[in-house]
Design a binder for this molecule. Structure first.
Ligand code: ZN
Length: 215
């Protein structure tokens, strides 16, 4: 009865364990919130990934199968939970310790974006932009080739799959953040950086991801 009453006033469930949330809890219950696998703030992933011509690669959370990060990513990617994306996007602000001119979300192919209804990387970018006041540029970097999902591919397969799948025009900035939801081998991000650098050779790029998943 008491729980039913609470549900009337606080109707959301924890995105991970699905228990009802109490007042003051947002998206995750206190127990799940405590278990979020935050990475060390300055732990640069650059050495673990094959991404050339980038200054730093940071991720807020570590990913493990069936872990809380997976629930969060699933909500953001497949469950239209844009508020959660904005929330975690703003959390990535902790990883930003330099001055940037622009945030570029990793684009989806327009067909895929239409099907999903949104681009989760852009939603993360909105959260980061709202708290940092760094403007978003979503028009210069475009995905022009429709590719298969990277999930079931190994490192070489991932590289081949995304090859030449992006295009980028001239960007009026000297230092930018490229943002995405998850980084695994870095194939997609490497391809983005390569493409951005083609028309913007002197631009400095840092990468921020919500999560790092080792393959
Ligand atoms: Zn929970």
């Amino acid at each position: 009865m008491f729980t039913d009453l609470l549900r009337i006033f606080f109707p959301s469930d924890c995105v991970s364990c699905r228990k009802s949330l109490f007042k003051g809890e947002h998206f995750l219950c206190s127990s799940c919130e405590l278990l979020l696998p935050y990475r060390e703030l300055n732990a640069d992933l650059k050495g673990k990934l094959t991404i050339d011509h980038v200054n730093h690669v940071y991720a807020l959370l570590n990913f493990s199968k069936k872990g809380i990060t997976q629930s969060v990513l699933h909500e953001i990617k497949y469950k239209d939970n844009l508020k959660l994306a904005h929330h975690f996007g703003s959390m990535t602000h902790k990883l930003v310790n330099a001055n940037y001119d622009l945030i570029l979300p990793v684009p989806l192919h327009p067909k895929k974006e239409r099907k999903r209804g949104y681009n989760q990387a852009l939603e993360l970018a909105k959260g980061l932009s709202s708290i940092s006041s760094i403007p978003i540029n979503k028009s210069s970097l475009k995905k022009v080739k429709h590719t298969q999902t990277q999930t079931k591919k190994n490192k070489t397969g991932r590289m081949a799959n995304v090859l030449d799948s992006f295009e980028c025009s001239k960007i009026n900035a000297s230092k930018i953040i490229l943002i995405d939801d998850v980084v695994t081998t870095g194939s997609t991000l490497n391809e983005c950086v390569k493409t951005i650098k083609k028309n913007n050779p002197s631009i400095e790029i840092d990468i921020l991801c919500l999560a790092y998943a080792s393959l």
